[in-house]
Design a protein around this ligand. Structure first.
Ligand code: N01
Length: 551
């Protein structure tokens, strides 16, 4: 029976490709499918497109990648037709860009909103996936692409009595569409990760009082945001191709040049001068345009780490608060946030920092927060900026079943294994964009290369009359070991003691494992290209069709 006939029998709507999520990844993949001539539909839980930029509307939310390089790289025309307003795009500007792309590429007709995927089951006999959403809508497809985001499942710590609080409660990753009014309110923010670091300075300006609960301090580097002038806009447009090439060769796929200097190559005075220049340049330039060995050499790392601590001690007036804000672990062992006057905010008289590192929050009360030894009350609002069940979280919250009904959640609870961070053994024709063991880097660039690679694989299947691709178990084992080895060569491996979400260590009970490839984006791009050029040796390709079948 042809696949679409079988889908009709299941009372399911048939598409060759189903894509989960209408953020950057889903939109990019839909465009890829259209280029190949494949019929594709995007299922999106939200009421509109945007993904991360739809859900994360908290005050201060904006990109940490320079706006002009946070885009769809396959089209200069898309960037030419859009006015990037600031160096780091606000949440609304990011959403505007995605809407602009969706309009220009006419993507909306294949986006289905309000459709949260509840289950996705592979049918061995028919070689197709059936996908059911929480509204009960049934779909079937040959190829399933998860573009559900590496940071889309919010995490709220299981404090006792979270519902006891009688004021307003918000979570940064699921912020309401209507603005929250902080004016005159006593506000608690729990968490000091990238989301909190962006939100805290803005909330502090509005609130009567702001209390920040910090478990682990962060190395926050100044973003040094600015408004893009017309003249700079013209320069950026003229430099589009060079920018794309630069992102392809930079270790984290950012629009900057990697330093070729090691800390020990230069005198202590020169080290400080180089670091000062990076600090002034702003954003992640402090990490990548200063010295290349910060991520791999402990002593080099300590020079840069101490530089940041000195900055914190200079900026923050109260020495006790300054010391609390100083991280004592290696720089980059956790994902460092970019700040917009973050440390300066702690000089305000209405802002208090509470260190809960050694005195954990245990309970939420009717009016506030209780740690092991102290009680903080009289809050009107609690903001949870407590992060995400990252990377594996999104698919593990869906009932995904592969060959012979094997559960993805059970499989990943035993061990996360992938081939190239894109496919898995036991789950044929399931692809992941920004999946576990893919690089953590400038996300739209990782998305672009993954969508392009998946498109190449689908083209290859079509051209060779095949319709089934599955990662070989030995390839998955080898990739997993390789990802672990790459991680162990960096100081990022220390993140397991620091609740790093890079390793899943922020979620109690989640097995700590390398969730990202840290061998450098250019190396990864080369590796996935070579796999395709070699004819996909790490995959088994086959045909489920019988002669005469059309689907
Ligand atoms: O989440 P996080 P996030 N008691 O996990 C604390 C991306 N992003 O949403 O550090 C007390 O970093 C936790 O403490 P600790 C970016 O990649 C991008 O801020 O685990 N505190 C931490 O301080 C980023 O890295 C952008 O000790 C608890 C905070 O909650 C990623 O999203 C902007 C606790 C969680 O921080 C995640 O950032 C924003 C507990 N029981 C985010 N549990 C841009 O690029 C957790 N915490 C623009």
């Amino acid at each position: 029976m042809a696949a679409d006939d079988f889908a009709a029998k299941l009372a399911a709507e048939w598409h060759e490709v189903l894509i989960i999520g209408a953020g950057f990844g889903g939109l990019r993949m839909l465009h890829e499918c259209r280029e190949i001539g494949l019929d594709a539909l995007v299922l999106e839980a939200g009421s509109d497109l945007g993904g991360t930029w739809y859900w994360n509307r908290y005050p201060g939310a904006r990109t940490d990648t320079e706006s002009w390089a946070y885009c769809f790289y396959f089209s200069k025309a898309l960037n030419d037709g859009f006015a990037f307003k600031e160096r780091f795009a606000t949440q609304q500007q990011s959403l505007d860009y995605l809407n602009h792309a969706a309009d220009v590429l006419a993507l909306r007709r294949d986006l289905r909103f309000g459709q949260r995927v509840a289950s996705a089951h592979y049918d061995d006999a028919q070689n197709l996936w059936t996908v059911i959403t929480t509204t009960g809508a049934r779909h079937a497809c040959r190829y399933l692409v998860s573009a559900s985001g590496l940071l889309s499942v919010t995490y709220k710590p299981p404090f006792r009595n979270v519902d006891a609080f009688q004021g307003e409660t918000y979570i940064t990753g699921h912020w309401p569409k209507t603005p929250v009014n902080f004016a005159g309110k006593r506000v608690a923010v729990i968490g000091t990760g990238a989301s909190a670091v962006q939100a805290i300075p803005i909330i502090a300006h509005e609130a009567a009082q702001l209390t920040v609960f910090q478990r682990t301090p962060n190395y926050v580097m100044p973003a040094r945001n600015y408004v893009i002038t017309d003249a700079e806009q013209r320069e950026l447009r003229a430099g589009f191709d060079a920018m794309v090439a630069q992102c392809h060769r930079q270790i984290f796929a950012f629009p900057m040049e990697d330093s070729t200097l090691a800390v020990k190559d230069v005198s202590p005075e020169e080290q400080q001068r180089v670091l000062e220049r990076g600090w002034e340049a702003g954003g992640f330039r402090f990490l990548f345009e200063t010295f290349y060995d910060l991520l791999i050499d402990r002593e080099s790392n300590e020079v840069a780490a101490e530089f940041v601590r000195r900055k914190i001690r200079t900026i923050v007036r109260d020495p006790v608060t300054a010391e609390r804000l100083c991280p004592k672990y290696p720089l980059l062992a956790k994902r460092p946030p970019l700040g917009h006057f973050y440390f300066e905010t702690f000089n305000r008289p209405n802002v208090t920092l509470v260190d809960v590192g050694d005195d954990p929050i245990e309970e939420i009360t009717a009016t506030g927060v209780k740690t092991g030894s102290r009680e903080f009350g009289d809050f009107d609002i609690i903001v949870y900026a407590t992060g995400f069940d990252a990377s594996t979280g999104a698919l593990m919250h869906v009932d995904v079943r592969g060959r012979a009904g094997q559960s993805l959640a059970d499989t990943w609870n035993r061990e996360v294994q992938t081939q190239l961070g894109i496919c898995m053994n036991g789950f044929p024709n399931l692809f992941m964009i920004s999946g576990p063991q893919a690089p953590f880097a400038n996300i739209p660039m990782v998305i672009d290369r993954a969508a392009n690679w998946i498109g190449g694989a689908l083209r290859h299947l079509k051209a060779t009359g095949q319709d089934c691709i599955e990662a070989r178990p030995e390839a998955c084992r080898a990739w997993t070991d390789y990802v672990q080895m790459l991680l162990d060569a960096t100081l990022l491996s220390e993140g397991s003691k620091l609740h790093s979400w890079f390793l899943g260590a922020n979620i109690p009970g989640k097995k700590s494992a390398p969730l990202f490839y840290f061998g450098g984006a250019p190396r990864y791009f080369g590796e996935i290209d070579r796999e395709a050029q070699a004819g996909y040796p790490g995959f088994e390709l086959s045909s489920s069709r019988v002669i005469g079948e059309v689907a």
